[in-house]
Design a protein. Structure first.
Length: 277
């Protein structure tokens, strides 16, 4: 398995440098094609306008979007110079989620920025939540602080779920290039450490048969810290620069209301995260 096509999702109102740098480096490492994509629609003002005045407002708004699209395209092409064997730019005046999710069929992996707002403007951007839930492709979330694809150490956040299995399979091309890989499981209440060790060792054996040497990291649940914070500490202990995890093992509504591992991973700013649902 490899990545033959990388797609990077850009937003008009968010920084693009980090995700462009990482997406370009993935394309270069895997000799892959690189697709840049962006979409937005003009959000009409809340005040009342009719006739010619209303049309003028709409025309001006769409013209502003088109100018910003041209700026993003230029930024994308500059970042991709001498990186990808084939580059392609796609943009449209359309709802971002609809446009990007339809185009996801072209890609092996999608690169996006993180997300810190409780609510997002559906006219201006597609969120990591939408991408990981609906694209049918692995999502690499890149914090704005990243400036290169650091694969020296990777942490697989293991939980015996379908989502985690899909995530580790989708991350194999990156895991093969990592210097150090750790597979970590937090022993939850009601589970036993020997059972967790057995699960993790099965994963290590599976990885070894795919050419990846990994170590085990199994920790009892720390009741003084929530699981996402504990996972952060485990990642820091092994110097992980990229975390692999299954997304939304619980319902997305529950994670949105109560918080959860996926919500934490797409909002943290320390490291890249590869997610799959």
């Amino acid at each position: 398995m490899t990545y033959a096509t990388v797609m990077v999702s850009l937003a008009l109102d968010q920084p693009s440098e980090a995700r462009l740098a990482v997406a370009s480096q993935i394309a270069e490492r895997f000799d892959a094609a690189l697709i840049g994509i962006a979409a937005a629609v003009f959000s009409p003002p809340l005040y009342y306008a009719t006739g010619e005045q209303a049309q003028t407002i709409i025309d001006q708004g769409e013209a502003s979007i088109k100018r910003r699209m041209l700026e993003l395209e230029a930024q994308f092409r500059q970042a991709a110079i001498n990186r990808a064997k084939h580059i392609e730019w796609r943009s449209a005046i359309d709802f971002p989620a609809r446009y990007v999710l339809q185009a996801a069929r072209c890609a092996d992996i999608i690169v996006s920025g993180g997300h810190s707002d409780a609510f997002s403007d559906p006219f201006a951007r597609v969120t990591p939540r939408d991408l990981v839930m609906e694209a049918g492709r692995p999502l690499l979330v890149v914090p704005d602080s990243a400036d290169w694809l650091d694969l020296r150490s990777m942490l697989v956040a293991w939980k015996d779920t379908a989502e985690a299995r899909r995530a580790i399979a989708a991350s194999l091309p990156l895991l093969r290039k990592a210097k150090d890989v750790a597979v970590a499981e937090i022993v939850e209440e009601g589970c036993s450490r020997p059972a967790a060790l057995a699960r993790v060792r099965d994963v290590l054996t599976w990885l070894s048969r795919h050419g990846v040497s990994a170590s085990e990291l199994v920790a009892e649940q720390d009741h003084d810290r929530e699981a996402p914070i504990q996972l952060d500490a485990m990642a820091a202990d092994v110097g992980a620069t990229l975390v692999v995890a299954g997304a939304y093992g619980h319902s997305r509504f529950r994670e949105w209301i109560l918080g959860g591992m996926t919500q934490h991973l797409i909002t943290q700013t320390k490291r890249c995260v590869l997610l799959s649902h």
